[in-house]
Design a protein around this ligand. Structure first.
Ligand SMILES: [Cu+2]
Length: 238
């Protein structure tokens, strides 16, 4: 019965992994919600490059504030800011993909670990120029003509969020953090984040938004997943 041997093997592996894992581990999860009145941000105008404009039917929504149902916030970078056990964390060899698609970076906000490759794709078949603006890592500036569909870059030092821009299309922006540990996540339009496999301890959880800055909360994790919700709102005027 060949067909049955695979599930049995998988179950056996899973049991082995469980036994080999830490005796206790918890996690942190939660939701980030925008509170207050939602500003009307201008649409992105791509008319300067008809090749870009042609890839969109309607107006292109501003990427600075992306909200889902119930004003849940996308593009929030969440990390364990302090309390992470000091040790070497091995970076995944699987690259994180940064695509240039419709003359927008996808994702708009992301993070990699030190040494983890970023696979930069050019799905557009148009000229882009990827220009990263780190302060700790070496900067890079790569022209990607329409015929170049992929490039790879590796950042070698931990660094907080910095911008990647396109020198051809001034509206294009992506933000990346280079992490020394794997305890981070980025929200989608459901506003949800989840950070797993944290050993018991006291941690500071920090959220980051490109315009609204950072907020943090302290949390004690035992062997369960602790819920930590956040709210962000526009700075009050005056
Ligand atoms: Cu571009």
């Amino acid at each position: 019965m060949r067909t049955n041997s695979v599930p049995i093997l998988v179950a056996g592996l899973a049991a082995g992994l469980l036994l080999a894992g830490p005796a206790m581990a918890g996690g942190v999860s939660g939701t980030v919600t925008y509170s207050g009145s939602v500003p009307k941000l201008p649409a992105i105008k791509m008319s300067a490059d008809p090749g870009c404009a042609k890839k969109h039917g309607d107006e292109v929504a501003n990427e600075m504030l992306v909200l889902g149902d119930g004003n849940k916030m996308a593009n929030i970078f969440v990390q364990v800011k302090s309390g992470v056990p000091q040790k070497e964390y091995k970076a995944p060899s699987t690259p994180v993909v940064l695509d240039q698609d419709g003359c927008q970076y996808r994702p708009h906000v992301f993070a990699v670990m030190v040494g983890q490759p970023i696979s930069i794709k050019n799905s557009d078949g148009l000229l882009h120029n990827v220009h990263a603006l780190p302060e700790v890592n070496n900067s890079f500036n790569k022209a990607m003509p329409g015929t170049v569909t992929e490039a790879t870059h590796v950042f070698t030092k931990p660094e907080p969020m910095f911008k990647i821009k396109c020198d051809v299309h001034p509206w294009m922006a992506s933000y990346v953090a280079v992490m020394s540990h794997p305890y981070f996540d980025v929200t989608s339009t459901d506003g949800k984040f989840s950070i797993a496999d944290l050993p018991p301890g006291n941690y500071e959880i920090e959220i980051w938004h490109e315009k609204l800055g950072t907020k943090s909360q302290k949390v004690n994790v035992k062997d369960e997943t602790v819920t930590v919700d956040f709210e962000m709102s526009a700075p009050s005027k005056g």
